[in-house]
Design a protein around this ligand. Sequence first.
Ligand SMILES: Nc1ncnc2c1ncn2[C@@H]1O[C@H](COP(=O)(O)OP(=O)(O)OP(=O)(O)O)[C@@H](O)[C@H]1O
Length: 368
Amino acid sequence: MKTPDDNRILVALSGGVDSSIAAALLQKRGYDVEGAYIRTWLDEEDLGECPAAQDIEDAEAVADHLGIPFRIVNLVRNYREKVVTYLVDGYRRGITPNPDIMCNREMKFGVFRDVARQEGFSHIATGHYCRSQSSEGQTRILEGIDKTKDQSYFLALTRGEDLQNVVFPVGDLRKAEVRELANEIGLPNARKKDSQGICFLGKVKIDEFLSRYIPDSPGDIVDTAGTVRGTHKGLHRFTIGQRRGIGVPSNTDNEAFVVVAKDLEKNQLVIGFDRPETPLLYQTGAIIGSLNWIGDPPSKGETLAAKPRYRDPAQEIQIIATGEGRIEVEFKNPQRALALGQILAFYRGEELIGGGTYEAVEHQKEFS
Ligand SMILES: Nc1ncnc2c1ncn2[C@@H]1O[C@H](COP(=O)(O)OP(=O)(O)OP(=O)(O)O)[C@@H](O)[C@H]1O
């Protein structure tokens, strides 16, 4: 193992604009910067095409443009073990996993960070829109300045110690500034669109991907009164709140059915109208498990902000009870369509203090 050199930073280069600018900014600040593309998927047959090929080409072109060394870090095996398994197992159990959050925890800030350290890099950097502050051995993660791009949510399950010596150079910038900088320095990928969706899946649809791993398991579609309205091919193909692809006409003008629950025991998909009074659709509280604290853990009775999902605005919550590895929260305002397995991220002001997984949800009392 090489001794970490305080000036050496390995930037995770995805081929996108944000991480390219992260590398350019660090280079400008005088660091000894190198770029690395993380390969998480190899099996081109599985995906029909290799979405990574273009990204690798772009990442390499950026490294060339900046005149920094470039490498590909192969984490295909780790990714299958840690992320694909978690993803497929989750869907198989009827819950809704978040592979992006797991990819950050296990790959970028897990194995990749270890590889960087072994290669003598003191720090790693990514193009995430968030900020980090370190003092007295503790690292605090703050939302990015650009609230419309903030990606701190995706770090909610990353271990605090793994976020030490991680730099987020674009967290202090707005996306428009990042694009402007990319044009100014003539980055070859300046016009590239933002990436979307699950890390490796790229252009592949999630249900198509899952169908390779999880066999169909047909069952009834019922409404909230228990009347059978149709059949489904497998509960894993649906998420609470989903409107598309149910295939049951509502016969009501301007109102479609949404998935309000999955009854795993009966293998039934429960549907209803997208209305606040629809039974099961809105939640007032939740039990959160698989907890991870980056900042100081909350105490019983504390009022905090929390993001029930990425892109959801922060909601006021209260900590009702704390227990071993679990916490019970109450939402000030009922939340729509929270799915088991999804992640709640906790905030004190702008600081991300951690996150956990919905293990159970509490429905609006009058309807449950
Ligand atoms: N395959 C990859 N190889 C290396 N780094 C990656 C890879 N995928 C993502 N990253 C890193 O994680 C960060 C956040 O990833 P995300 O997929 O959300 O991309 P993004 O916000 O669109 O950023 P970018 O514009 O850099 O792609 C990236 O900025 C990059 O540093």
